[in-house]
Design a protein around this ligand. Structure first.
Ligand code: ACM
Length: 648
C-alpha cells in the first residue's frame, strides 16, 4: 500500500504522504519506551497518549535542531519505521519528530500497530486555524487546549483575531483603555506563544483595522471622525480609524510595537476587511487628504492607510497579512493575502504578485458538513475551485440557503495576468458571533480534522468514507487526550437546554441551518438575496444567550450517518425506529423543537411503512414535504433517507 491510497485498517489523520503497510502487526504491550535526544523529552507530552511507560522501544533521532521558535517553511518531514524490533523515528527538526510521534500514537489500536514505513511531509507550509475571541471571549485555558488539539492533527498556525467592533482582547500597556473587561494579559499571551512554539505552532495576532474598530473608538474617540457608542450588534459597522490623522498612525505604531514584543512571529495581520468607507466620504479632513495625496476613492484611501502601517511594520521587522479586500486598492508590496471572498480572490492575489493563504472554503462557522470543506483544495486550479463553489449551490444539504449563497457570486472577479506568487497554505476560520467558550468544542472539532487533512495530505486523498472514518477516530483521540469531548459536550448542553434524556437520540439527528442563515435571520437574508440594503436588525447580538438546543448541536450530525447505515437492515431497525416514532409523537417537547419532532415523526413513520412493504413513492412524498428547515433546525436525515428510498 503506497502513496495516497488510504488503507481502511489505519485511521491516520492527516493521511501521510507515503505509507507502506506490511502484512504483520506488532504487539505494543504496555506501551512505548521512548529514547529521545536530550532536551526533547517534552515532545512525548505534546504528542499525547504516547505515554512512555511501556517497553516497546521508540528511538527518535533529530538531525538538526531547528531554532526554538517555529517559522514558516520549517522542515516538518519525518520518517517512521515500525517493526517487530521497535519504532525508528527520524526527522530533520523537533517539529518533524513531534509529527512522527502523533502518527505513531494514531497507529496503535488496542495495543497493536501495523508494521509499516511512513515517509511524511506536509503539502502546505501554512496550516492554520483562526479563532475569533473578539465577538465572544474565549478563555486562555481554551486556547491552550486548542493548541493541544492542533498539534494532534498537525496544524501549525494559530491566528488570533484579537480585536473587532465588539471587543478588544489585547492588554495594551500604552493604551490601557483599549482592553475590554475580558482580555488576555501580555503575560498570558507570552505563555501561550511559548506553549505553541513547543508544538511547532506559530501564533499570528490580528489587529483588524481600519474598519471593525468600534471597540477602539469607544476608548479613544479621537482616533475616529466622529463619536461612536459601544456596540453589541453584529454585521459591518461604519466606525473607522481616521486615515487623515497623524495621531492615529502614532497610536497604531505604538500598539504594533507592543504587539511584536509579545508575538515573535514574523507575520502580523492587520485585517482590512469590510471597511464601510462612509465616515471617510463624509469627513472634510479625509477629503483634504484625498486631494493632497491624489486618492480617487475609499479603496485608494485604505491603500494609503495600509501602506503607512506596512512601513511601520517593516521597521519593526514584521511582514504584513491582510484580508483580500486590500486588493481593491494597491496592496502594500510583500503583503500576504488571506482570501475569504470566494475562489477568485486567491487568483487575484496571485496575479497581483501576492502570496496567499486560502480561507474561502474553510469557514467553520457556516455549519457545513466536513466533506464540503475537504473537497475544497487550496491548490486546485481556478476552474476546479469555481466548480467546487458551484457544487455547493447544487448540494441538496445546502439547498435551503442556496439563494443566499448565490449572492456571493457578486464577489467573483476574474484575475488578470499571470500567477506571480504562491499559495503558502490555508486557514480554517471559526468566527464567533454564534460561538462561546462553552459551545466551542462541538463547533470547532467536529469539522476541523477534515480541514487539517486537506491542508497536509495529498490532493488525491479525497475518499469521503475514509475521511469520516478517520475524522471519527480523531474525535476519539481528542477525547482520550482530554482535549475535547465533542459529542458528550453537545449532549450535555442539549440536556441543559431542556432536551429530555429519551429525546437525545432524535435531537442528535438535527443540525443548525447552514451558511449565514441563523446570523442574518429571515428578513436580512431576503433583503440580501434581493439586492436591497440589509436592515441592521438581526436575531442575534453579543448579549443573546447561546444556550438553546440549536447552539448545542453538532454542525454536522454524526448520528445521522449511523441512522443511514441502520436503514440498510430494516429488520433490526424496526424496533428502535418504532420507539423513536413514539418519542417523536410525545407531548413533552420543547416548543421550539416541536416542529422538528413532528417532522422526524413523519420520516420515521414513512420508513416504517416502507419497511412494512408500503408504496415507496408515497413515502417519498411525505419525507419531501418535511425537507425545509423548521426555524433554525434542519433534519440531517431527510436527504439520505430520500436517497435510500430512490434505491428501493
Ligand atoms: C471576514 O470574514 N470578514 C474576513
Amino acid at each position: 500500500m503506497t502513496d495516497s491510497s488510504v488503507d481502511p485498517a489505519v485511521s491516520l489523520l492527516p493521511w501521510p504522504a507515503r505509507i507502506e503497510i506490511q502484512n504483520e502487526t506488532v504487539r505494543l504491550g504496555a506501551g512505548f519506551a521512548f529514547e529521545l535526544p536530550a532536551g526533547y523529552e517534552y515532545l512525548v507530552g505534546a504528542a499525547g497518549r504516547a505515554g512512555g511507560q511501556g517497553d516497546f522501544p521508540v528511538r527518535v533521532r533529530v538531525r538538526d535542531a531547528a531554532s526554538v521558535l517555529p517559522q514558516l517553511g520549517q522542515d516538518e518531514s519525518y520518517t517512521l519505521l515500525v517493526s517487530r524490533d521497535g519504532a525508528e523515528l527520524e526527522a530533520a527538526t523537533q517539529w518533524g519528530a513531534m509529527h512522527g510521534l502523533t502518527t505513531l500514537v494514531q497507529l496503535q489500536q488496542e495495543g497493536w500497530a501495523p508494521c509499516c514505513r511512513i515517509e511524511d511531509t506536509p503539502r502546505f507550509a501554512w496550516r492554520g486555524l483562526m479563532l475569533d475571541p473578539a465577538r465572544h471571549f474565549l478563555s486562555i485555558e481554551t486556547l491552550h487546549r486548542v493548541l493541544d488539539g492542533m498539534a494532534l492533527m498537525k496544524l501549525n498556525v494559530l491566528h488570533l483575531h484579537l480585536t473587532d467592533d465588539q471587543g478588544f482582547r489585547f492588554e495594551s500597556l500604552r493604551y490601557p483603555r483599549l482592553a475590554s473587561e475580558q482580555h488576555y494579559s501580555q503575560v498570558e499571551l507570552r505563555k501561550l506563544v511559548d506553549k505553541a512554539a513547543r508544538r511547532g505552532i506559530r501564533v499570528v495576532p490580528e489587529f483588524d483595522m481600519p474598519g471593525h474598530v468600534t471597540s477602539w473608538l469607544t476608548a479613544y474617540p479621537e482616533w475616529g471622525s466622529r463619536p461612536v457608542a459601544a456596540t453589541d450588534r453584529f454585521g459591518v459597522h461604519d466606525g473607522c480609524l481616521n486615515p487623515a490623522s497623524e495621531e492615529v498612525y502614532q497610536a497604531v505604531g505604538a500598539l504594533l510595537k507592543e504587539c511584536v514584543q509579545v508575538f515573535p512571529d514574523v507575520y502580523l495581520h492587520m485585517g482590512g476587511d469590510e471597511v464601510s468607507g462612509r465616515w471617510w466620504r463624509e469627513d472634510p479632513g479625509v477629503e483634504t487628504l484625498m486631494r493632497r495625496e491624489g486618492l480617487a476613492d475609499t479603496a485608494a484611501v485604505q491603500a494609503y492607510f495600509n501602506t503607512r502601517v506596512a512601513n511601520q511594520l517593516a521597521l519593526l521587522g514584521r511582514r504584513l497579512i491582510a484580508w483580500d479586500e486590500v486588493l481593491n486598492g494597491t496592496a502594500p508590496e510583500g503583503c500576504l493575502i488571506q482570501s475569504w471572498r470566494g475562489a477568485t480572490a486567491r487568483d487575484r492575489a496571485l496575479a497581483a504578485g501576492h502570496d496567499c493563504i486560502v480561507s474561502s472554503g474553510y469557514y467553520l462557522d457556516l455549519h457545513y458538513p466536513a466533506d464540503v470543506h475537504h473537497a475544497y483544495d487550496p491548490g486546485a486550479s481556478s476552474a476546479a475551485l469555481l466548480a467546487a463553489e458551484d457544487a455547493l449551490l447544487d448540494d441538496p444539504r445546502l439547498a435551503h440557503v442556496a439563494d443566499g449563497m448565490r449572492w456571493t457570486s457578486a464577489w467573483r472577479e476574474a484575475a488578470r495576468g499571470e500567477v506571480k506568487a504562491a499559495v503558502l497554505g490555508a486557514e480554517a476560520c471559526l468566527w464567533s458571533e454564534l460561538v462561546t467558550d462553552e459551545i466551542l468544542d462541538p463547533r470547532l472539532w467536529s469539522r476541523l480534522p477534515a480541514v487539517a487533512d486537506r491542508f497536509w495530505s495529498a490532493a488525491e486523498v479525497r475518499d469521503t468514507n475514509s475521511l469520516y472514518r478517520r475524522l471519527e477516530n480523531m474525535l476519539d483521540v481528542l477525547d482520550q487526550e482530554r482535549v475535547a469531548r465533542v459529542t458528550e459536550i453537545s449532549d450535555a448542553l442539549l440536556l441543559r437546554a431542556g432536551v429530555l434524556e429519551h429525546q437525545l437520540p432524535l435531537v442528535r439527528l438535527l443540525e443548525p441551518v447552514k451558511w449565514y442563515g441563523r446570523l442574518l435571520g429571515e428578513v436580512a437574508l431576503k433583503a440580501r438575496i434581493e439586492g436591497r440594503e440589509m436592515p441592521q436588525a438581526r436575531p442575534y447580538k453579543v448579549s443573546t444567550p447561546l444556550d438553546r438546543p440549536v447552539d448545542a448541536l453538532l454542525p454536522e450530525s454524526l448520528a445521522a450517518r449511523e441512522f443511514v447505515a441502520a436503514i440498510e437492515d430494516p429488520q433490526a431497525f424496526t424496533t428502535p425506529l418504532t420507539r423513536w416514532r413514539d418519542i417523536a409523537g410525545g407531548n413533552d417537547w420543547l416548543e421550539e423543537l416541536q416542529p422538528s419532532a413532528d417532522a422526524l415523526g413523519v420520516v420515521f413513520e414513512a420508513l416504517l411503512d416502507v419497511f412494512g412493504g408500503a408504496d415507496v413513492q408515497a413515502a417519498r412524498e411525505r419525507v419531501t414535504a418535511v425537507a425545509e428547515p423548521q426555524g433554525e433546525y434542519i433534519l440531517a436525515v431527510v436527504i439520505p433517507v430520500l436517497d435510500w428510498l430512490d434505491t428501493q
